[in-house]
Design a protein around this ligand. Structure first.
Ligand SMILES: Cc1cc2nc3c(=O)[nH]c(=O)nc-3n(C[C@H](O)[C@H](O)[C@H](O)COP(=O)(O)O)c2cc1C
Length: 202
């Protein structure tokens, strides 16, 4: 394994359940793959701008003169995309906010899901260009979403699996700290997540 990319998105620092699990996962990855470079993209500490007009134009123009003049607008997106494409394993940590991912993580996705870079239009369909990579989702939520009556409200895991699949990453495992807002369940959430990390196939 050459490179591991860890994308963090909770702003809750030491209180964050997803960060606690990522720390545990990082320990396991570093022990198991000492040769790998670990790159951390912390979206809470290093905020990404949302896509603006110049960036969108630069991403979509077919005019080579316009593309050249707008090259600078793609600098950040190019850097983020390169980070992803150079990694063999991508860890994405996300809290559930209002049943979805935080907008900071969505901004990262908008920068890295790019025609010609991470996917291509192929005939009537689409070809993912980030093939051969694996991903681990580290998810934290106040309630329980892996099963039970709220499962269908979860737009975090299905969306992340869908967008990763879209760019060619189909091998995705998930670990969760769930029930964080339900005191009798919360005490088990981190230990359960840590057990799930031990059981990951890496
Ligand atoms: C703005 C906000 C929205 C939230 N929305 C939900 C939600 O829709 N469903 C849920 O189960 N928990 C929700 N929670 C609880 C978080 O998912 C929970 O605190 C989780 O531990 C956050 O991850 P973190 O500990 O890594 O920050 C919300 C928390 C915040 C701050």
């Amino acid at each position: 394994m050459n490179q591991i990319l860890i994308v963090e998105s909770s702003p809750r620092e030491d209180e964050s359940a997803s960060r606690k699990l990522v720390n545990k996962l990082r320990e396991r990855l570093e022990a198991q793959h000492p040769e790998a470079k670990v790159v951390t993209r912390d979206l809470a500490k290093d905020r990404l701008p949302h896509l603006d007009q110049a960036t969108l134009k630069a991403m979509t123009t077919r005019d080579p003169v316009e593309a050249e003049s707008l090259k600078g607008a793609l600098h950040l997106s190019d850097q983020l995309t390169e980070e992803l494409l150079s990694s063999d394993l991508v860890v994405i940590a996300s809290p559930m906010w209002n049943f979805g991912i935080p907008s900071s993580l969505k901004a990262w996705i908008d920068h890295v899901v790019r025609a010609g870079k991470t996917f291509n239009y192929a005939g009537a369909g689409v070809e993912g260009l980030a093939k051969g990579k694996r991903a681990i989702l580290v998810l934290a939520s106040g309630a329980i979403f892996s099963e039970g009556p709220w499962k269908s409200w979860d737009t975090v895991e299905p969306y992340l699996r869908q967008i990763l699949g879209f760019i060619g990453i189909d091998e995705v495992q998930t670990v969760r700290a769930e029930g964080m807002n339900i005191p009798p369940l919360a005490i088990h959430a981190i230990p359960n997540g840590e057990k799930a990390i031990e059981a990951l196939v890496i």
